[in-house]
Design a protein around this ligand. Sequence first.
Ligand code: HEC
Length: 147
Amino acid sequence: MTRIICAATFAALVACAMSGPVSAESAALYNQVKIDAGKALYDGECHRCHANESEDVSYGPPLENIIGRGAGTVENYDYSIALAASGIVWTEAALRAWMEDNTGFMPGTKMRHVGIEDRTVQDFILAYLRSITTRDGAAVSEKLTKD
Ligand code: HEC
């Protein structure tokens, strides 16, 4: 938890320091800071159960290309019935709801509860997940960031 707070504070400080006129360059830099903070949070909160490369095996399904992916669709992964039958697509809004209260969002899932309620922390993790989503590229990310 301390790590989350530190990462969030760090990124907030950087955001404040950068709140002058926004150039394309500083917007890109800020986005990179969000991705880096998101990676640190992901490493602390998600990575022990989730590989980010699709070929890697882990306790949970890999999260590469997760944004815009149908839930429960990684071949050969043994999903719970709840997740496999949910029929949802992992939009950014769905991923926020999942991070906030996955067991409430989807009763019967076998992923243990994570309760990431802080919207900024969610933003960072989403920035990182976006950075490892390359299928369909920018079109998917652009459409789904407007939630
Ligand atoms: C203790 C292990 C564990 C941790 C920690 C964990 N997960 Fe999971 N996750 C799982 C398991 C197991 C599943 C499969 C759930 C099922 O089949 O019901 C899963 C499923 C998912 C799915 C659905 C993937 C799909 O293919 O439909 C997403 C998205 C997800 N997790 C995101 C996250 C994120 C983001 C974090 C960190 C904030 C996280 N998880 C932390 C174990 C974990």
